[in-house]
Design a protein around this ligand. Sequence first.
Ligand code: FES
Length: 231
Amino acid sequence: MDRRSFITGACATIIGAACLDPSESFAGKNDAKLKEFEKAVITGADGKPLKAADLKEGESFIFNYPYASSPAFLINTGSEVGANGDWKGGVGEKKSIVAFVAICTHALSYPSKNLSSIAYRHKAEGKYAKKDHMITCCSHGSVFDVDAGGKRIDGPAPAGLTAILLEHDPATDTLTASATYGIPKLHKKFLKRNKKKLRKIYGRKEYKQKVAGKTAPMKKMEEISENIAKC
Ligand code: FES
């Protein structure tokens, strides 16, 4: 089966998939830009500020930043992740803790209740994650390399994932999100396209509020989505 047939088949069989019409793909200017937001301490699943040491190698979580409804991956790859442009790379003792916006730059797939097409693959697996530490989007087969700052390495996505700048405080071992580095207007488009759904989940006005001070408690992907796609 060629790549095009596989992708069409995958979208047809994934129930509730965010397999949007590729003609809706993001078509803005794709140069990455730094955008500062209000700082927010990342809160662990217990509602207290997360300690970086508690994030084990290979673990990934979802938290919301920079908007109350916009999902982001928090990942500990276990090995140093270098800088990419204005993004300073991994933080923490091993410089292995990174965060990326969990919205595909192709047709904006994101982790939702019915399905998450986009997920972190700590180990090489399946058709697309040909090495460790990849984020793949099964909607149409885009592949992003976490070790290279979220760079797109395959598939129809027009740009890499948007990275989130993290600061690590060695005194308290806490993590603070402060900015994004990636494709401009990604969040604007995400909030507009998903307005109805996000309003129902987060509230009529709350869904587009910027996160400040601290994030809502982070969650495991399994708590966000009933079905994590494999591809
Ligand atoms: S939405 Fe098409 S590859 Fe992610």
